[in-house]
Ligand binder design. Structure first.
Ligand SMILES: [Zn+2]
Ligand SMILES: [Zn+2]
Length: 416
């Protein structure tokens, strides 16, 4: 039997002599802890539901310096049994802004901002690449698929959390190292993923799946997840391995660690975008054509986005064509019917379009391009260059940028 003394913290005398009694005095006693490192860290929290609430609470309490919370949803009555940051009077309010405000109240040292949007589209790739880590408290296969793809594009590691009524799981995913989320796709996950889409790739109006959960599962999984996040932020070689999954059976009182196999044919694997030029062009007001002209290209250039659009609908019945220019993930299958002749139209999908066409004239935000996103402009592959859109950034701007990928150049010339 080990002596219980072995589990006691350092003696109070030692502790008070070496650490001042500030907010972080107790956690600083951990031998591996570095409060300054945490203060310099940037974490994106995807989802402000049951898991996200617990994750935000913990990140703020330990003093993670910058937190961006992303969610498109509003508070519903059934959230209130599992969300420590929300109150009965909050029903109907946007989750992200509310969660950010309440998290900020927990610790004035940290900087918390919100993006009221979808994690798969509404956080710019350059914003995402400025994060050290993304924590996913998401409740659908589709949302996890989207964040996995986005994190691979941005070259940012993410930790995925999952809960059922009786077990919790945490998996660390690191781009280029170990299994990604899509490597782990089973037939059942693929079926659930596809339930959301019609055979033309458009979105079906299906009700969201609900799973039995309590605040207990959310609290436990968030604790495991933030523990692994803190280990990662201190030293990526500690904590879970890349592609490793931790499972805790709440009723079985057992724990497993699995190294998930890499799928060599995984369609998600891609090199992250590297080396781009920053611009001050806010997608809310700037068109793709203006962006290309600012980069020294002519209006006959093409632009490539990092997500797919429905470019247009063509009607084989009456011969009409409609420009759409919206992310495919936001176009519903019932929109396919021709408003004139009610025939099913042909869906034109793609990531690239010419800037001298109708979509080149539209503000980039109307095509779904968020602030600080990355777009490629050029004539084919020859003169293609990656540009970062401008606009408001959720990160604190008074901090030197540490992004490894960013180039020194910036376009600040007069608006074209
Ligand atoms: Zn993969
Ligand atoms: Zn028609």
């Amino acid at each position: 039997m080990p002596s219980p003394v072995a589990f006691l913290p350092p003696s109070p005398t030692d502790a008070t002599e070496t650490a001042p009694d500030d907010r972080y005095a107790r956690q600083r006693l951990l031998p591996w802890w570095d409060q300054d490192r945490l203060a310099r860290s940037r974490v994106v929290v995807a989802g402000a539901g049951a898991i996200g609430n617990e994750v935000l609470k913990l990140l703020a309490l330990v003093g993670v310096g910058e937190i961006v919370v992303v969610d498109f949803d509003t508070v519903s009555p059934s959230n209130l049994s599992r969300t420590v940051l929300f109150r009965a009077g909050d029903v109907g309010e946007p989750k992200a802004a509310l969660a950010a405000r309440r998290t900020q109240e927990l610790n004035p040292d940290v900087h918390v901002t919100a993006i009221d949007g979808d994690i798969g589209r509404d956080i710019g790739l350059a914003t995402l690449s400025g994060a050290d880590l993304v924590l996913g408290g998401l409740d659908s296969v589709n949302a996890r698929w989207a964040i996995n793809r986005r994190c691979l594009q941005a070259g940012v590691p993410w930790i995925n959390a999952g809960i059922t009524a009786s077990d919790v799981q945490v998996t660390r995913h690191v781009p280029g190292d170990g299994a990604c989320y899509e490597c782990t796709f089973t037939a059942g996950m693929a079926r659930r993923f596809n339930e959301r889409y019609s055979c033309t790739g458009l979105v079906r109006r299906t009700p969201d799946r609900t799973v039995p959960t309590t605040a207990i599962g959310a609290s436990v999984v968030a604790g495991l997840m933030v523990h692994d996040a803190l280990r990662f932020l201190h030293d990526p070689a500690t904590g879970l391995r890349a592609g490793q999954r931790q499972t805790l059976l709440l009723d079985g009182y057992r724990q497993f660690l699995d190294d998930l196999p890499v799928d060599p044919d995984c369609p998600a694997h891609a090199e992250p975008v590297q080396g781009w030029t920053t611009t001050d062009r806010d997608p809310a007001t700037s068109t793709g054509r203006e962006l290309a002209l600012a980069a020294g290209l002519d209006a006959a250039a093409s632009i490539e986005l990092t997500f797919e659009l429905v470019l247009g609908f063509a009607c084989p019945g009456c011969g009409t064509r409609e420009d759409i220019g919206r992310p495919t993930a936001t176009v519903y299958e019932d929109e396919i019917l021709c408003p004139s002749c009610r025939q099913e139209r042909i869906v034109e999908r793609g990531t690239t379009f010419r800037l001298d066409g109708p979509l080149g004239d539209r503000p980039l935000a109307s095509l779904g391009v968020p602030p600080h996103d990355l777009v490629a402009v050029g004539h084919g592959d020859v003169s293609r260059t990656w540009l970062e859109t401008g606009g408001p950034s959720p990160w604190r701007t008074d901090r030197p940028d540490r992004s490894l990928h960013r180039t020194e150049t910036a376009l600040t010339g007069a608006r074209a």
